[in-house]
Each structure stands twice: as C-alpha cells, then as structure tokens.
Ligand binder design. Structure first.
Ligand SMILES: NC(=O)c1ccc[n+]([C@@H]2O[C@H](COP(=O)([O-])OP(=O)(O)OC[C@H]3O[C@@H](n4cnc5c(N)ncnc54)[C@H](OP(=O)(O)O)[C@@H]3O)[C@@H](O)[C@H]2O)c1
Length: 286
C-alpha cells in the first residue's frame, strides 16, 4: 500500500475507504470488513456519520493487526467547546472500541474551532490521537483560524476532484506542508465527471474504468483519496490504481477540466447553522 508522510512524520495510506452515508444497520460493518479483506488499510468515518461503532467492530473482527489499519474520525460542531470536545474524543474512542485514533479532524470549520483544536492537541499529547487535522477549510477559513493551531494540522480534508481542483488552497496547503485529502474524489459518482470524454478516452487507452483514471489523477497530484462504495466490484476497482500512471500531458488534460465548482462551498453564509440543525450527534442521549 502506497503511503504519504504527514508533517508530524506519521504515515498515512494514500487511499482510504469512505463511509459517509453508509447506514449503521449492519451495512457499515459489512462494507468495512469487506474493504479490509480486499486490502484497504485506511478507513474514514466521523461522529456525524453515526457509524463509528460498526467501523470499530469491523476493524476488530477483520483479523488485521490494529497497527496496520489507519482510522480517521471527526469531531462534530456541537462539541467544539473545550470540555465537550474532550468528552467527544473519548466517546469516539469508545464507539470505535480503540485505544487510539490515527487521525482526528475538526469536521466543520465554524464556531469554537480554537477550543476544539486545543482539546485535540491535548488528546494527541497523551496518545489518544496520533495526528490532528482539519476539514472543509477554504483559503478564507484557513486564514481566519490559522492562529489557533499550536500544532500544524496534518491534513485538510476537502472536496476535491477534476472539476474542483482547489488550486489556490493546494498552494497554501503545500506552503504549510499540510496534505490534502479528497472527499467526493469521484464527485459522488456524477456523470459530468465519469462520462467526461477526456476521462473516457484515457479509460479506453489504459483499459481502466473512468473512476480509476480519476483516482489515479488525484493520487498523482499528491492528494489522499477516500472513495466510498458499497459494491465489492467497485471497492476493488477503486483500489487498483497503483499499477499504471498517467503521462504529463494526460495529467494536463485532466487539469484543464477544472471549473473550481463542486457540491459544497464552505464559505457560503449559514452553512454552520444548517449543519448544526441537520446533524445531531447527541440524539441517542435524549
Ligand atoms: N469531511 C467532509 O465533510 C466529508 C464530506 C463528504 C465525504 N467525506 C468522506 O469522503 C468519502 C468519499 O466521499 P463521498 O462518499 O461523498 O463521494 P465519492 O466517494 O466521490 O462517491 C461515492 C459515490 O460514487 C459511487 N461509486 C463508487 N465507486 C464507483 C465506481 N468505481 N464507479 C462508479 N461509481 C462509483 C458510489 O456508489 P456505490 O456506493 O453504490 O458504489 C457512491 O454513490 C466519504 O465516504 C467520507 O468518508 C467527507
């Protein structure tokens, strides 16, 4: 498995298995267990995906050594006050049934990010979290919060695919040695991407699928990819991107598809409020 080295010297597998929108009705357990069997060694979950428990059970039951699996989870907006964040980190550990989490992220960059990040840094100091990071930080949001970081975030997990290449953000993150992680690396299966003629042509040339061309492009751009699928064939296909490479002019052709347009703009007004109103990670306590 190819890895990248984070700015804190920890290593992260270049591809992870995404679990957003996989329900906690046994489906997450099944998918994650299968992903680990197929060869994934990196799982991406979050408190707000409501499936940490099934992820943890699949990791335990997989038969793969804990130190060979990289687990990411994320702190939800409701828990950014320092004391709440401390509790939420312990709750994630408990749900995942793990002694440590490899990477923990500020899921959404609104509100008391400074307190939340301090709690994460403290948890890192005592070994509950190996690496700390952020998510959904645009250039504008990064500049608003950058002074809160005692430890430089290891990653910024953002929407990233050929239609949304985040050029300005990539340059800023590279300057700070922060790796980009791609959420929606397949544009959530959007045909505007997977049926694009440039992608299709390369898929035909390399006898690959459109998804493999896209994921390979992102990998060659130095971005960590987190494709999600609940279909075995696609889970396998998405992992098989390390035995071919795109030439410079092919990379350029895909770079030219950039529209800097995607699914989600974290800079839009009211996003934090909307998310808070729609995802309640404490609903099971009520
Ligand atoms: N930090 C954040 O705020 C944030 C936000 C969104 C996502 N994420 C993370 O990033 C991960 C990936 O993002 P995502 O799940 O939104 O989108 P994605 O991985 O780009 O796309 C998933 C969609 O593409 C389909 N698909 C998967 N493999 C395919 C293939 N080889 N060919 C054609 N279609 C394929 C899947 O369908 P099937 O399942 O039916 O195969 C699913 O509908 C998430 O699961 C989550 O872990 C993070």
């Amino acid at each position: 498995m190819q890895t990248f080295t984070l700015n804190d010297k920890n290593r992260i597998p270049a591809i992870g298995f995404g679990t957003y929108q996989i329900p906690a009705d046994g489906s997450t357990y099944k998918a994650v267990k299968e992903a680990l069997q197929i060869g994934y060694r990196h799982i991406d979950t979050a408190a707000a995906y409501f499936n940490e428990q099934e992820v943890g059970k699949a990791v335990k039951d997989s038969g793969v050594n804990r130190d060979e699996i990289f687990v990411t989870s994320k702190l939800w907006l409701q828990d950014y006050a320092y004391a709440d964040a401390v509790k939420a980190i312990d709750k994630s550990l408990q749900k995942l049934n793990l002694d440590y989490i490899d990477l923990y992220l500020i899921h959404q960059p609104y509100g008391r990010v400074d307190e939340a990040f301090r709690a994460m840094e403290d948890a890192q100091r005592v070994g509950k979290i190996k690496s700390v990071g952020v998510s959904n930080m645009t250039v504008k949001i990064w500049n608003r919060f950058k002074d809160c970081f005692g430890v430089m975030p290891a990653v910024n997990q953002v929407e990233y695919h050929p239609m949304m290449q985040q050029r300005e953000l990539c340059a800023l993150m590279a300057k700070n040695k922060v790796l980009l992680e791609a959420w929606a690396p397949l544009y959530q299966g959007n045909s505007l991407l997977l049926d694009n003629p440039v992608i299709r042509e390369l898929a035909a040339k390399y006898h690959r699928t459109a998804a493999q061309i896209v994921l390979r492009f992102e990998n060659q751009m130095g971005v960590i990819v987190l494709p999600k699928s609940t279909h075995t064939r696609r889970m396998k296909e998405n992992l098989e991107i390390f035995d071919f490479s795109l030439a410079d002019e092919e990379m350029k052709a895909i770079q030219n598809l950039n529209q800097e347009k995607g699914i989600h703009n974290p800079d839009n007004p009211g996003v934090g409020e909307w998310l808070l109103a729609n995802f309640d990670v404490h609903k099971d306590e009520k």
